[in-house]
Each structure stands twice: as structure tokens, then as C-alpha cells.
Design a protein around this ligand. Structure first.
Ligand code: ARG
Length: 475
């Protein structure tokens, strides 16, 4: 048991209590953010004359050494400390004696942990954005190759109208593009620095909060110290955005599972992303897609869990907030892992173009177009709808598609049909007449693809160079 606060206690903490309270087993993940925050704090204390400049230099140099030793593995983060903050401070005191004891001047673990979590979440939002961008690149590659790959579009999981694979993929491009926008948007609100909020009411030392905020790459300091230490909205926003990403990945996975099924055979998942059965030799299962679909629940769980934890907490810091960490770390690792795995699976998947095309052709996906043909020849739409309904029934009975009916058979239902009906209901014409913005016609898709290419070339996460800037430079 190694803790920072024994002074006013007359009894040793019970081991079980200590264990229950301690967070080092999981908050050690924050070592980098914790040390970087301390370096900025120390530099500011020196600049403000709260520490001498020699003390500040000595401490920041030693903190950098501690960071590189932790990173190289030569300094192990020991679980006998209560949390990562206590560990770093204890190591510094062990090395610098009385100077090290000045590290925590004008600071509380409350603003320290609030800072660490913001820096960690900010970094992970940038990483999430990068993974989303890679996935968008894969989707765009598929779109470019498949503007003429016809497949059925579904509603109610029933074949509805013909579309192309590029068009179907484009729907997911839109979803993940919005997910990237959410990352950028939540970053704009999260990127303010709580350091200097103290325990809850600021400090009596003349801290320069704008300076530390700038050193750490924040837009500026948070403007209320009570909120600074107890705000976890930025984590909730991030978990909510991750939940939406998981919902998108889960829908996409569900489609791939269906498309990969024996009945559909629209796609074949690469062997590298499939698994076998221990008993049934013929099986090749879409486990990765199923796991991604399954893990969505876990990420939603983190969001609901933290919302529930936060709802009854009076201002300002309360220990309940320590519960933000494990679930956030797990949700981030889960969502990032799913994005990377899903991307790999999608990039290697094989599309069975012929199966997709014949499924569209045999599924009466051109029935709307056949009705539109009659409308263009003067039949009121409601009557046209009825006529094509009869034709569909006839075809089902015979086991054929509309274009396989002879002109005589068509005339038996309506005299309006002419030879040009066959062209009007061909899959290519049905798709390529759908020219409105966002529709599947090749021409319409191509202008969307050009816009997506431009978007991917230009879009950049804001300020994501703070990661390299932090410890390395000597401002
Ligand atoms: N481990 C704590 C947390 O994660 C750090 C803050 C501790 N502050 C306190 N007053 N006990 O929230």
C-alpha cells in the first residue's frame, strides 16, 4: 500500500478497502498523459516564479526521463501505488527528494485526472478518425469498381428495385463519413484544458492556465473549475459516437452475413477472415462479422453505464467518476479493433457479380419500371400498378421473369405493350434511368464518387499534430 494522503489518518487502511479504492490496475494506461500534464504544470510553475527555474528544469527533465523509462519498459508501473498519479509523484520524489515534493503545488488529483482523461480521449478520437478514413478508402475502392454491378435493392428484406453495388456501398460511405464528422465535432468541445481547476475551486497560487492549456495543445482553459473537475460530457459524447459507429458496423456485418449465406452467395468472405467448425467439415463461418455485430452491445453498454453513473453525482468531483475509465478504455479498444478487422474483411471480400445480377433480374425488381412504361404510354398509374401485379402473378406461376414473357403473353394482359418494353425493363436501363442526385445510375454515382475522392483528399483531423509536439519540444 503506497498512498499520498496518510497524514490525518490514525489507522491503516484495510487491505480490501485499499484494493477497492485503488485504480492503478487500469489507470496506468494514462501514464503518458499524466506525465505530459505534469511537465506542463511544472514549466508553468517555474515561469510564474512559484518554483525556481532550476527546480522546474530539474523536475521536467526527470519527468521526461521517467516517461522514456516507462516507455522502454525499464521502469515498471507498480500496482502497489494507489493510482498512476501517486506512482509518478512517488518516483519523482524518490529521485529528487524535496524538489520532487513540490510537483503537486497548486494541483489536485481531481484536475489532474480530468486532464489525463481529456488528453487520452482526444488522442483516441484522432485515432478513431484515422480508422474511419481507412474504412472509407476501402469502401470507395469498391464503389469505383462496381458502378455497373447490378444487384437487388431491398426493403423489408424483400427485393425491391435494382441498384448497383457501388450504390449500396455508398450508403455506408455516408454513414462512416458522418461518424468522422462526429469525431471532429466532439473534439471541438472536448479540447479545453481543466488543469488548474484544483480540487474544485481553483487555487490561491497565481497559475497561468492559458499557458498550460497552450503547451498541451488545447484551445484554452475550461471556464469553471467545478465543471472542469467533474465534467465527463466529452467521454459520453465520444462513447455515443462510438456506439453509432458500432451500430453502422453491425448493420454492415449483418448484411455481409446474409450475403455470405448459402442461400444468397452474393459474396465470399476471404479464408483469412473466416473460421471453421470443430465438427462440420464443410463449414466456413463469418465469425468476424458476427463478433463485430455482437460487440456493438458492449460499446452501447459503456455509454449507458457511464450515463447512469453520472446522473446522480452532485458537484463537484466524487469518486464515482473513477468508474469512467475501465468502460471507456474497453469501448475504445473494442470499437477500434472492430473498425480495423472489419476493414480488413471488407478489403478482401469477393463479390459474385453474376449471382447479384440474376437475383435482381429474377426478383421482379423491374416491376416499378414496367408500371412506369405503361404510365408513359397513357395508362393511369393505379391501373398500371394493377396490370403489372397480374403480370407478376403470371410470371411466378410460370417461374419466369417479366422480360421472358412473349409479346403475345403481354398483350393478353394489356394491348399497350410494344416491342420496346423489353428494353424498358432491362436491368441496365432500370438502373441507369435513375439519375437523380444520390440515385444508382452510373452517371449519378460517378459524380458522387468524384465528390468522395475530393472529400478524402482534403479532410484532416483538426490539430492532430499535438501528439508529436507535446513532450518533445522545449517551449
Ligand atoms: N483515481 C481517481 C479517479 O480516477 C483520481 C482522482 C482521485 N481524487 C480523489 N479526490 N480521490 O477519478
Amino acid at each position: 500500500m503506497a498512498q499520498l494522503w496518510g497524514g490525518r489518518f490514525t489507522k491503516e487502511t484495510d487491505q480490501l478497502v485499499y484494493n477497492f479504492n485503488a485504480s492503478i490496475s487500469f489507470d496506468k494506461k494514462l501514464y503518458r498523459q499524466d506525465i505530459e500534464g505534469s511537465i506542463a504544470h511544472v514549466k508553468m510553475l517555474g515561469r510564474q516564479g512559484i518554483l525556481t527555474s532550476e527546480e522546474a528544469l530539474e523536475m521536467s527533465a526527470e519527468l521526461k526521463k521517467i516517461l522514456s523509462e516507462v516507455e522502454s519498459g525499464s521502469l515498471k508501473i507498480s500496482d502497489e501505488y494507489e493510482d498512476i498519479h501517486s506512482f509518478v509523484e512517488a518516483v519523482l520524489i524518490g529521485r529528487l527528494g524535496d524538489t520532487g515534493k513540490k510537483l503537486h503545488t497548486g494541483r489536485s488529483r481531481n484536475d489532474q485526472v480530468a486532464l489525463d482523461m481529456r488528453m487520452y480521449t482526444r488522442m483516441e478520437a484522432a485515432h478513431t478518425d484515422g480508422l474511419l478514413k481507412e474504412l472509407l478508402e476501402t469502401i470507395l475502392t469498391i464503389m469505383k469498381a462496381h458502378t455497373e454491378t447490378i444487384m437487388p435493392g431491398f426493403t423489408h428484406l424483400q427485393k425491391a428495385q435494382p441498384i448497383t453495388l457501388a450504390h449500396h456501398m455508398g450508403a455506408y460511405f455516408e454513414m462512416f463519413r458522418r461518424d468522422r464528422l462526429r469525431m471532429r465535432d466532439l473534439y471541438e468541445r472536448m479540447n479545453y484544458c481543466p488543469l488548474g481547476s484544483g480540487a474544485l475551486a481553483g487555487t490561491t497560487y497565481p497559475l497561468d492556465r492559458a499557458y498550460t492549456a497552450g503547451l498541451l495543445g488545447f484551445y484554452g482553459p475550461t471556464l469553471n473549475s467545478m465543471d472542469g473537475v467533474s465534467d465527463r460530457d466529452y467521454i459520453l459524447e465520444y462513447l455515443s459516437a462510438l456506439s453509432t459507429i458500432m451500430m453502422h458496423l453491425s448493420r454492415f456485418s449483418e448484411e455481409i452475413i446474409i450475403w455470405n449465406s448459402n442461400e444468397y452467395q452474393f459474396v465470399e468472405i476471404d479464408d483469412g477472415y473466416s473460421t471453421g467448425s470443430s465438427i462440420m467439415p464443410q463449414k466456413k463461418n463469418p465469425d468476424i462479422a458476427e463478433l463485430v455485430r455482437g460487440k456493438a452491445g458492449r460499446v452501447y453498454g459503456a455509454l449507458v453505464s457511464l450515463l447512469t453513473t453520472m446522473k446522480g453525482i452532485p458537484l463537484a468531483y466524487n469518486k464515482d467518476m473513477q468508474e469512467d475509465k475501465e468502460l471507456t478504455f474497453d469501448a475504445i479498444d473494442t470499437a477500434k479493433g472492430c473498425l480495423a478487422l472489419f476493414n480488413g474483411m471488407l478489403a478482401t471480400i469477393r463479390f459474385h457479380k453474376e449471382r447479384m445480377r440474376s437475383s435482381a433480374a429474377l426478383g421482379f425488381t423491374n416491376a416499378t419500371d414496367a408500371a412506369d412504361y405503361l404510365v408513359n404510354h397513357g395508362v393511369p398509374f393505379r391501373d398500371a400498378h394493377g396490370i403489372i401485379g397480374q403480370i407478376v402473378l403470371y410470371c411466378i406461376d410460370k417461374g419466369i421473369s417479366i422480360d421472358e414473357m412473349s409479346l403475345d403473353e403481354l398483350h393478353a394482359v394489356s394491348p399497350v405493350f410494344k416491342e420496346d418494353i423489353y428494353e424498358a425493363v432491362s436491368m441496365e436501363i432500370c438502373v441507369n434511368k435513375r439519375l437523380t442526385v444520390g440515385a444508382p445510375a452510373k452517371e449519378a454515382m460517378e459524380s458522387v464518387i468524384t465528390a468522395y475522392e475530393q472529400y478524402l483528399a482534403e479532410s484532416k483531423f483538426p490539430e492532430s499534430d499535438w501528439e508529436e509536439k507535446l513532450v518533445g519540444d522545449d517551449r
